[in-house]
Design a protein around this ligand. Structure first.
Ligand SMILES: Cc1ncc(COP(=O)(O)O)c(C=O)c1O
Length: 382
């Protein structure tokens, strides 16, 4: 028995996505290079443009604003490094504002930016992990800020930032806004154009799509330094033969995502919270359930190590995590949870459970039975 509750790390691919990719490649002869000008190349290129349209409309953007990339990490690196290098070229001191609660593909850029002579400020977050607008306003006054970067939904707690308010505040000062939406994409509304976002980062493998494909949605006026030079693909910004099959799978994953999926996730989360309170009265949920994506729950049970519990559950075929997969090798407490004001001990006793449309209510029953057993084992030192 396997119960997979680590969907914030990645989701299982939907079999319909897999078969669409397979069918496109083999049955429809979609394997040609999309830059080739013969009929099969044109077929591949049309399939790519179809997905571009699907992705654009899912976030209320225009197709020409969508650039295909390998995923969220690439896009996050690309935006920050681009703007830092542009500022350096203009001999301007680059100033980047982000938070301590970001995914490591943003957080680890802090040292890189500093090594390039840039300045970085981390805006404080409140107990729910939400950016404090008055603190951000103060940071904006320090020096000319080039870029504000933050994740729409936090990957450890699911907390949603007030995207439109943050963007409005930054725009009053002409600051570019970069939103990492890997965890919120399709789980809550995103209006790229209406909310005046400059850069939006999406990843297919978080929505039952293939790994290794995602999108950077970029406003036409927002600067971006070419990442790879060569064949001129993606408007000369990212050369290389496009991953047609991955892009087709990405489009299918977006098309398959329904409102019913969001409702299912909401029901799962509600059931989970009710059961958690019934079974463990001392359990504390981190974040703010009112304003978060329904796919992630982060909670702690006092005096029980989260990592140990995760390992005990894994032995029973139940897969959860203690935080972001990219930080899971770390022995230190989660910087997201400590930035939210949790003590190191509290942070180390936290678990992240993340759902997808493939999870069922009966899996939650098994999860809680197994969690009870795991706690007994932990207490008896098994
Ligand atoms: C918030 C966030 N940003 C970025 C990423 C990285 O995305 P990818 O795995 O597509 O590089 C992840 C994935 O873990 C994420 O949760």
């Amino acid at each position: 028995m396997n119960i997979y509750l680590d969907n914030a790390a990645t989701t299982p691919q939907d079999p319909r996505v897999w078969s669409k990719m397979h069918q496109f490649h083999f049955n429809e002869h979609g394997y040609a290079n999309s830059s080739s000008v013969h009929a099969l190349g044109i077929k591949a290129s049309s399939a790519i443009e179809k997905t571009r349209g699907i992705v654009a409309s899912s976030v209320s953007a225009s197709p020409e604003e969508v650039i295909f990339v390998s995923g969220g990490s690439e896009a996050n690196n690309w935006v920050v490094k681009s703007l830092c290098l542009e500022a350096k070229k203009k001999k301007e001191p680059f100033f980047w504002i982000s938070t301590a609660t970001e995914h490591s593909s943003l957080f680890q850029l802090i040292d890189w930016v500093r090594s390039e002579g840039g300045n970085v400020a981390l805006c404080p977050v409140d107990r729910a992990g939400r950016i404090e607008l008055n603190k951000l306003d103060e940071l904006f006054r320090i020096q000319k800020c080039h870029l504000l970067s933050f994740s729409h939904a936090n990957s450890e707690t699911g907390t949603l930032q007030d995207l439109s308010a943050l963007t409005a505040l930054a725009k009053e000062r002409g600051i570019l806004v970069h939103v990492d939406a890997c965890q919120s994409f399709l789980k809550t509304e995103i209006r790229f154009q209406a909310w005046n976002i400059d850069y939006l980062v999406l990843s297919a493998h978080k929505i039952h799509g293939p790994k290794g494909i995602g999108a950077l949605v970029k406003k036409n006026s927002a600067p971006l330094v070419p990442l790879i030079l060569g064949g001129g693909q993606e408007s000369g910004l990212r050369a290389g033969t496009l991953n047609t099959e991955g892009i087709v799978g990405f489009g299918e994953a977006v098309s398959l995502y329904q409102n019913a999926d969001k409702e299912h996730l909401n029901r799962l989360r509600k059931t989970f919270c009710v059961k958690l309170a019934e079974v463990f009265s001392g359990a504390v949920i981190q974040g703010d359930l009112e304003r978060s994506v329904p796919s992630i729950i982060n909670f702690r049970m006092p005096h029980i190590g989260g990592k140990k519990l995760m390992q005990l559950l894994s032995r029973k075929g139940i897969f959860v995590s203690t935080g972001s997969a990219c930080d899971s090798g770390q022995k230190t407490p989660s910087r997201t949870l400590t930035a939210m004001g949790l003590s190191a001990e509290e942070a180390l006793s936290s678990l992240r459970v993340s759902f997808s449309r493939m999870n069922t209510e009966s899996e939650l029953d098994i999860f809680f039975e197994s969690l009870l057993q795991a706690i007994q084992e932990e207490k008896s030192g098994v």
